[in-house]
Ligand binder design. Structure first.
Ligand SMILES: Nc1ncnc2c1ncn2[C@@H]1O[C@H](COP(=O)(O)OP(=O)(O)OP(=O)(O)O)[C@@H](O)[C@H]1O
Ligand SMILES: [Mg+2]
Length: 392
């Protein structure tokens, strides 16, 4: 089945499809750590060749778990360390683009023929993109009609829908009916940085893709028709997507992440960030240890905040589209926090599961436990590697 997440940003020096790839690497440059996954194709199977993660904090004199950003030269040396450590050998790669330097949006547009829409979309996009349109790469796609919220507008009511006032569309027949268009934009600066990085590492990037799409590929099946909420609990923020029938319907960033949990532990227990990070990973909200109450008072409000916000987005979605969200999937290193899924269940009132994206790859059975635990952190990198091998 065609992968609905594959369309976005096929920006590549070597376009996909030209040369079949046998082994490829997905590279996810997260705010607190870089993740790589090398996958090979053996007959019709995707096989995990190697994977690795490197915390970036120490490269900026910060602790493990802390966020840091770097210029191209520093990044070359960090990723090169990681490649060595993980034993990466393939040179065909793909990079994820952080959601914070991109934009995913569903906008309402007049129901125009595709050519007219192609003219109208960049004009509409200007309203939402806070930088000059020339500084971004834009991609878009009309969402399937049957899944739009106006699909059920009763006959006679359609005329009441707002008409476009866009002067550039003057002379074009603008029907009252609207459609939804998925809009995605990447800042060119980020692509330029990763291109430099690739040059320095002597690797060949085949494409750049907003991290959201990579994650969805590795954790949601396109045949999954019911709406699913995917919640990526990263270090600096929590990224939430509602996907339905293989299409992104909402992308939302919640401004708190797992490093805020570490910060709160550090403050309440008067320990440095590194120690707090250790405590967080070991105990979380497990209610073990002498400091369980203090820990709970520090950590719970942040996790509650994240899932209360997530719930607000889900409720809005359900109200707008009149369809229940079926379940929530947690990804990102923050999903490993002990006790976090319980709070998610309470706040969201949904079936909640931690994603296990390594499941999609063949690997030795003896590694299954380790891979299950590591899985949530590698969702982005796995999604990239999958597209590299499946689209080629
Ligand atoms: N076992 C664990 N228990 C609790 N938290 C954990 C665990 N392992 C990792 N984390 C936390 O997960 C976060 C890192 O997750 P992830 O690698 O998904 O983030 P990132 O990709 O670097 O950040 P972002 O997506 O915001 O750019 C860190 O804050 C780290 O402390
Ligand atoms: Mg991340």
């Amino acid at each position: 089945m065609a992968n609905p997440f594959a369309k976005f940003f096929k920006l590549s020096a070597t376009p996909l499809g030209k040369k079949s790839v046998e082994s490829a690497v997905g590279i996810d440059i997260g705010s607190s750590s870089i993740k790589v996954v090398q996958v090979s194709r053996e007959k019709e199977k995707l096989v995990l060749a190697t994977y690795g993660e490197l915390a970036v904090g120490p490269y900026a004199d910060l602790s493990i778990g802390a966020s840091a950003s770097f210029g191209a030269d520093k990044l070359i040396s960090i990723v090169s360390d990681l490649f060595k450590e993980a034993g990466v050998t393939a040179v065909t790669v793909a990079f994820s683009i952080p959601l914070k330097s991109s934009l995913i949006l569903v906008v309402e547009m007049p129901d125009l023929p595709l050519e007219a829409l192609a003219q109208a979309v960049p004009i509409e996009a200007r309203k939402y993109i806070p930088v000059p349109i020339a500084e971004v790469v834009l991609d878009w796609q009309p969402l399937p009609r049957e899944r739009q919220n106006f699909a059920n507008v009763p006959v006679g009511e359609k005329e009441k829908l707002p008409k476009t006032t866009d002067p550039t569309l003057k002379g074009v027949h603008v029907p009252a009916q609207k459609i939804e268009v998925l809009l995605a934009a990447i800042h060119k600066e980020t692509i330029a940085l990763y291109q430099k990085l690739a040059q320095g590492l002597k690797i060949e990037p085949r494409f750049f893709e907003i991290e959201t799409f990579s994650t969805l590929r590795s954790v949601v099946s396109p045949s999954d028709r019911a709406p699913v909420a995917v919640i990526d609990m990263g270090a600096s923020s929590t990224k939430m997507t509602i996907v339905e029938g293989g299409m992104v319907k909402i992308s939302h960033t919640i401004g708190k992440g797992s490093q805020d949990v570490t910060g709160a532990i550090s403050k309440s227990l008067s320990v440095d960030f590194a120690k707090a990070e250790e405590i967080k990973r070991e105990l979380g909200l497990s209610r073990r240890g002498v400091e369980a109450d203090t820990l709970s008072v520090a950590v719970t409000p942040i996790v509650e905040y994240i899932f209360t916000e997530a719930n607000r987005v889900i409720v809005n979605y359900q109200r707008r589209y009149k369809r229940p969200v079926d379940r929530a999937l947690l990804v990102g290193g923050g999903a490993l926090l002990r006790g976090a899924p319980d709070i998610a269940v309470r706040r969201l009132g949904l079936d909640v599961a931690i994603a296990h994206p390594f499941e999609r790859l063949n690997s030795p059975p003896s590694m299954s436990r380790v891979l299950e635990e590591a899985g949530p952190s590698f969702a982005v990198a796995i999604g990239l590697a999958e597209r590299l091998l499946l689209d080629a």
